[in-house]
Design a protein around this ligand. Structure first.
Ligand code: CP
Length: 319
């Protein structure tokens, strides 16, 4: 596999069922394959902050026997320019073209985190920055979250659902929840894409105005009635996103969409999930996230498993 940027890389590579099987094997036996990364280097470039992604990917590389080099663009490396053809007379010091190529000369696999601008929808949805990085890296690339997707998160989410599901085909609800800042649609898009490829009944619920990009929700059950969506759910996945239509805008902070104990009582004793970091008592009440049905910590722990599985395929090379 040459890139891990969406579920399609697994579907067109080892196959999603094989990947889930391998991931569950890594979850049970983390040190099962320490040779594949020996004498190899994984470079991780962060253009945005991270706790889980940077630690879990570093841990995953360690489990595979690989070294890691981690850079935060703009603080411990140069500020990067990502636009083409510009006169670089501003604050950016190095173009992503050279940065990617140089990192590719030092490393066997590269990772990039680059959030959506939330100002230029066309560039964000073309994955302009990630695609430039892949073009110039010259080595396999893993997305550490891009403008429209967060595949390592979604893969961890799917692994977690596989581990906790009470029936072979659980009902999974993705619900919008309020947040004080404008957030990208990447986690929601990506979760929908992965769940659509998995053996689950997916329902997405959000207030009017928060419709997601058609390429992600085509054929997916979507409702503006959160209570109706939650009825009988086995998993409740809460996430905020900003508007796609009024790109990057906050249209509502309606607290009636916060996931509360009353909301969870509508479900089939559902497990609560969130990618973290989470705004307590905005997205979800303390009672729910601290309660017995919250699986946010095992979900976050599975970020090591998803990263380990993705790195395994990237280090292994073409199937
Ligand atoms: N869920 C997630 O990607 O967390 P970080 O932003 O801390 O990496």
């Amino acid at each position: 596999m040459r890139r891990f940027t969406s579920v399609h890389d697994l579907i067109n590579g080892p196959g999603l069922d094989v990947a889930i099987h391998d991931a569950l094997e890594f979850a049970r036996h983390p040190w099962i394959n320490t040779e594949i990364g020996r004498r190899r280097t994984v470079g991780l470039l962060f253009m945005n902050p991270s706790l889980r992604t940077r630690m879990s990917t570093q841990k995953a590389a360690t489990l595979m026997g690989a070294e890691t080099i981690v850079l935060n663009a703009g603080s411990d490396s140069w500020t990067l320019e990502t636009r083409d053809g510009v006169v670089m007379d501003g604050s950016s010091t190095e173009h992503i073209k050279e940065a990617a190529a140089v990192m590719g000369a030092y490393c066997d696999v590269l990772g990039l985190r680059t959030f959506a601008s939330l100002t230029d929808r066309d560039a964000d949805y073309a994955e302009d920055v990630l695609e430039k990085f892949i073009t110039h890296a010259g080595v396999p690339v893993v997305s550490l979250e891009s403008a429209t997707r967060h595949p390592l998160q979604s893969f961890a989410d799917l692994i977690t659902i596989e581990q906790f599901k009470p029936t072979p085909r659980p009902k999974v609800v993705l619900t919008w929840a309020p947040h004080p800042k404008a957030l990208p649609q990447a986690v929601a898009n990506s979760f929908i894409e992965w769940m659509s490829a998995a053996n689950v009944d997916l329902v997405v619920t959000h207030p009017k105005g928060y419709e997601l990009a058609p390429e992600f929700v085509s054929g997916v059950a979507v409702t503006n009635d959160q209570d109706e969506a939650l009825a009988g759910a086995d998993f409740v996945y809460a996430k905020n996103w900003s508007s796609y239509e009024q790109y990057g805008q906050i249209l509502s902070q309606d607290r009636s969409w916060t996931v509360t104990e009353d909301k969870m009582s509508l479900t089939n004793n559902a497990k609560f999930m969130h990618c973290l970091p989470v705004r307590r008592n905005m997205i979800v009440t303390d009672g729910v996230i601290d309660g017995p049905n919250s699986i946010v910590i095992p979900q976050a722990a599975n970020r090591v498993v998803s990263a380990q599985t993705a790195l395994y395929y990237l280090l292994k090379g073409p199937a």
